[in-house]
Structure formats: structure tokens, C-alpha cells
Design a protein around this ligand. Structure first.
Ligand code: CA2
Length: 158
């Protein structure tokens, strides 16, 4: 059976991870985060499509392309978290489970980082646990996309 595909989408400036401001964002690079996600996904029987863009339109297009292709979306929208109604609309339209991830605890930071449009479309939000938040999101997503046991199966067990 083909493993369910989870899109792991990263917004603007996350390509700088591990290269600038390590006191805030840690020492892992985005390549390290992709390796962590790939390893965790394999353990969980999931496939991932891991991407980063600095463009809002590109991020919206990638979300739209998840329709009929992916089983769920994990997204760190970075700077578009607090600004992008277009990104929110695309996430609502695609109708898939969405987990929003932030490396830092946005609620302990500047006031302008506290409000997230993306959270309106998110099944769950993970913030402040560093890059480990991506692995935790994949674990939660595995539960969300697991096929529910149907009634026949339950009858078989009885
Ligand atoms: O904590 C997070 O993951 C954020 O989504 C990161 C965003 C920030 O705008 C959000 O409020 C919280 C910033 C991403 C930029 O990443 C950098 C990484 C290293 C160096 C500079 C920027």
C-alpha cells in the first residue's frame, strides 16, 4: 500500500535556519529539519513532500496542489502567519487536516506575532518546542490520517 503523503511546507526566511539567530531558532539547518521529518515519517509509515519558499503566492499554490494528492499538511507559515488571508483561504479550501508549527513560542514574543490567521484552518498548533515540533506534528498527523477501523473490522474482533 502507498504510504499517505504529508506536505511539510515552510514559509519565508526559514531557509536561513541554523545560519542566523541561533539563540532564537537553534542550530539545526532546514536540511536537518527535512532529515528529521524524513526519518520520523519513515518510522510512522508516512511519505513527505518537504518544501520551503519565500513567496506567498507559491505557498498558496502548493497548498492548492495538495488537493487530491496529500493526506495532510504540516505548515510553518513563518512571517505569513500573521498577515496572509490568502494562505488561510487556501488551507480552508483544501479541506485537509492541517497542523501549524512554530519553532519558537510565538506567544512569548512580540505582540504582533501572537495572532495567527493560519490557526483558523489548523486542526492543531505546536509552538515553542524547537524543530522537534515538526516530528511531533508528524506523530499527531499519523493519528489524524490513519484509516478508522470500520464496523466490519470491529464485528470481526467481537
Ligand atoms: O517560530 C517560528 O517558527 C516562526 O514561524 C518563525 C518566523 C517568525 O516570523 C514567526 O513569528 C515564528 C521567522 C522565520 C525566519 O526564520 C529565520 C531563521 C533563522 C534566521 C533568521 C530567520
Amino acid at each position: 500500500m502507498t504510504p499517505p503523503l504529508i506536505a511539510v511546507l515552510n514559509g519565508p526566511n526559514l531557509n536561513l535556519l541554523g545560519m542566523r539567530e541561533p539563540e532564537k531558532y537553534g542550530h539545526s539547518t532546514l536540511d536537518d529539519v527535512e532529515a528529521l521529518c524524513a526519518e520520523t515519517a519513515e518510522e510512522l509509515g508516512l511519505a513527505i513532500d518537504f518544501r520551503q519558499t519565500n513567496g506567498e503566492g507559491e505557498l498558496v499554490t502548493w497548498v492548492q496542489e495538495c488537493r487530491g494528492r496529500a493526506a495532510g499538511i504540516i505548515i510553518n507559515p513563518a512571517g505569513y502567519t500573521t498577515t496572509s488571508i490568502a494562505l488561510l483561504d487556501s488551507l480552508l479550501a483544501v479541506g485537509l487536516p492541517v497542523i501549524e508549527v512554530h519553532i519558537t513560542n510565538i506567544h512569548r514574543r512580540e505582540e504582533f506575532r501572537h495572532h495567527s490567521y493560519v490557526s483558523k484552518a489548523a486542526t492543531g498548533v505546536i509552538a515553542g518546542l524547537g524543530v522537534e515540533g515538526y516530528a511531533l506534528a508528524l506523530r499527531a498527523m499519523a493519528g489524524l490520517v490513519a484509516p478508522a477501523a470500520d464496523e466490519d473490522d470491529q464485528d470481526d474482533e467481537a
